[in-house]
Design a protein around this ligand. Sequence first.
Ligand SMILES: [Zn+2]
Length: 411
Amino acid sequence: MRDTTLYQHLLGLTDPWSVARVDLDVTTQRVDVWVEHPRGHQWPCPECGELASLHDHASERVWRHLDSCQFQTFLHAEPPRVNCPEHGVRQVRLPWTEPHARFTSMFEAFAIRVLQENSIQAARKILGISWDEAWYLQHRAVARGLARKKPRDIRYLGVDEKSAGRGQKNYVTIICDLIEGTVEEVTEGREKRSLLDYLETLADEQREAIAAVSMDMCDAYIYAVCDGLEDGKNKIAFDRFHIMQHMGKAVDAVRRHEHHTLAKKGASPLAGTRYVWLYSRENLPSRYWEDFYALKDSDLKTARAWAIKENLRNLWNYKTLRWAEPFWKRWYYWASHSRLEPVKKAAKTIKKHLYGILTYFEHPITNAMSEGINSKIETIWKTACGYRNKQRFRTAILFHLGGLDLAPSTH
Ligand SMILES: [Zn+2]
């Protein structure tokens, strides 16, 4: 088989395109392939498909293709242009690539799979591409996927902030479909706009289809749902793990204060116990058992705060609102009469948001449904060693977690 025929097959070239010449350079480990077409061919206008004869050629362009014999392989061609009576002078579609691409579609499809399954560093090594080329490929793939994405109904949305670098300003808002387990959008900041802008991109039917939105008790997202969705307040579902986090912080505040007071008088039994109190009893790591069992039944305020926090977990074990409500009342009475200021304050915050906590009994959703997403976002963040800008972070998240159809179109 002559090398031109071989490359005809390797490139998957079809009529009217054929390989004119192949250059193999062993020292640079590179194969260059020139392709051509016969004279007198009629070309379809890229806009309307109307056949027209050749007008001229654009200057030669080069596309990276899949390696052949482990050599980087490049395809060269002068793209033909037609003069359509309706659309003027246009470059025709080339079967091996998408318009404006620097790679053949076969290379791009392969590169997307490699980038999906590897860190950027590893993918760059496998593919022999630069950082910028890796970004370019991801960016194009996501743009393609978003353009193809069909509007669909999302019953349960999850919304959460994520730090994207140092400082207060560096946050993004991550909006997920909790059932599909996909990231629907990543927006700037963690303000009301960050969520409202997304809701406003949805069609009326899509907004109506949202049954509940899981979130932390934060005003920005609350206002966004109240403004962005009809009957929005009733669709808010405060995430139980965020609520327990608030209680955890209250316990820690009690511990810190008590520890300082005791340490002033002498030795404090609370020294070095900060992490002991963060866990529920079942999840307490064994290294903390000794400390914990020595302290839990003491008359320490911290032990009491911990018991109140842990008791609240039972709220979500009730099957119905009817049973949950009396429990809540008993718990709130206990917490608000505890004489532990941080606990009282946290209990008040929770009470103020009770409307969205009890939503759980109608829509049992939590942001933990997207826990897999969170850990993957964490990995994306780490393996890229941070991101030069939030736009790239968004692209990477949608590339890996957007559930998008990323492959280049085939002709
Ligand atoms: Zn045309």
